[in-house]
Design a binder for this molecule. Structure first.
Ligand SMILES: Cc1ncc(COP(=O)(O)O)c(C=O)c1O
Length: 362
């Protein structure tokens, strides 16, 4: 279940934190598993004026659904056709002169001006133009902008360790390098300069600039757990119902390879969700689930479609609701900590087989 009201309210909360800066709601990867279009609509209802996606297909799906806010898409390959993005008024992230040339060619073939946002790599060493190549990219963009083929609507970068807070040396260094890169591209007069992800938004106002790119925070995840949950509301609850219960004897081995064994006569409850639905395989004997306000740790190996709980002598029956994680039970962060990952991955991997039901008035 996805609470769209929580996404809307989280965005409104984030907007209040960033003053004059705008909020870009990041909805890539099917809205971190919450649903691409519903998440975008909820974020717009909360005041997001930009939407961020990784892939062009995601941006085009938003347009097809009638979402007409500004959309930035930032990841594509030479085989992707950029023309539909330009024709649909999608801003394109650009990392290199070669990419810029492809955007210019596509814009010229359409007879349109493409909006591009130049990304500088200030230390993440992922997407973006190295500082060494930045002057060349800025020069090429200046020339292309003069011809009308492009409009440089943004200059941006991405932080590597924002969750460690403003005092972390990598953050200080990246902020300084971003400020330098902005000085060296000032003549492009970008409409928006942006650096912050959720963790930076929440912990470091120096990163806010004109726009913040918020993903995790809009879904009520905890992007900077060491600094608290900031009162954001988790939007996703993963629920199902007990499929079967049965009494078994003490010493019964449970699930594949018998990685759990009952210590006394007990009731086992079968829960019809498994790694095919995004429950991590290494949730085996590790994560808490909740039935009627009581928590039980997964008993034995998580299988593709199912897992088992040892509910002792509690009155648990087939049909009872099971809350795997969500606002009123274990958090996605607890699941992440028990399985050695981050809460982003827990929600994003909830599989396509799990129907999303939406609640919350927009
Ligand atoms: C370039 C970029 N900006 C912003 C975000 C949003 O980050 P977060 O979910 O931590 O707010 C992401 C997500 O990974 C990203 O790749």
């Amino acid at each position: 279940m996805v609470d769209l009201g929580a996404i809307r309210d989280n965005v409104a909360d984030l907007r209040a934190r960033v003053g004059a800066a705008q909020v870009m709601a990041v909805v890539k990867a099917d809205g971190y598993g919450h649903g691409l279009v519903p998440s975008a609509r909820a974020a717009v209802a909360g005041g997001a004026t930009w939407i961020g996606t990784a892939f062009l297909e995601e941006a085009l799906a938003l347009r097809a659904a009638g979402i007409d806010q500004r959309v930035l898409a930032w990841l594509y390959t030479p085989s992707d056709d950029l023309a539909p993005g330009i024709a649909s008024d999608v801003d394109l992230g650009v990392y290199s002169v070669a990419e810029l040339e492809r955007v210019v060619a596509a814009a010229e073939s359409l007879g349109r001006t493409a909006r591009v946002q130049l990304k500088v790599d200030t230390g993440l060493s992922r997407g973006g133009c190295t500082l060494a190549d930045w002057p060349e990219l800025v020069e090429a963009a200046t020339k292309a902008q003069a011809t009308g083929a492009i409009d440089v609507s943004g200059v941006w970068s991405h932080l590597a360790t924002a969750e460690d807070g403003p005092r972390h040396s990598t953050n200080r260094e990246q902020k300084a390098l971003f400020a330098d890169a902005l000085r060296h591209s000032a003549e492009l007069q970008p409409e928006v300069r942006h650096l912050a992800n959720s963790a930076a938004l929440l912990t470091d106002p120096d990163t806010h600039y004109d726009l913040v790119r918020a993903g995790a925070a809009i879904y009520g995840l905890q992007p900077a757990p060491a600094f608290g949950d900031f009162g954001l509301r988790p939007a996703m609850s993963l629920r199902t119902h007990v499929a079967l219960t049965k009494r078994v004897a003490a010493g019964s081995g449970v699930s594949y390879r018998h990685r759990y064994s009952t210590s006394s006569e007990t009731t086992l409850a079968l829960v019809p969700l498994g790694y095919g639905d995004g429950v991590p395989r290494n949730a085996t004997n590790a994560v808490p689930l909740q039935i009627k306000a009581k928590r039980y740790t997964v008993a034995g190996a998580v299988a593709m479609d199912q897992l088992v709980l040892d509910v002792g002598d509690d009155d648990v029956r087939a049909g009872d609701e099971v809350l795997l994680f969500g606002a009123s039970g274990p958090s996605a962060l607890e699941w992440a900590e028990a399985t050695g990952t981050i809460d982003y991955e827990i929600v994003t991997r909830v599989g396509a087989r799990v129907p999303r039901t939406y609640v919350g008035e927009l």
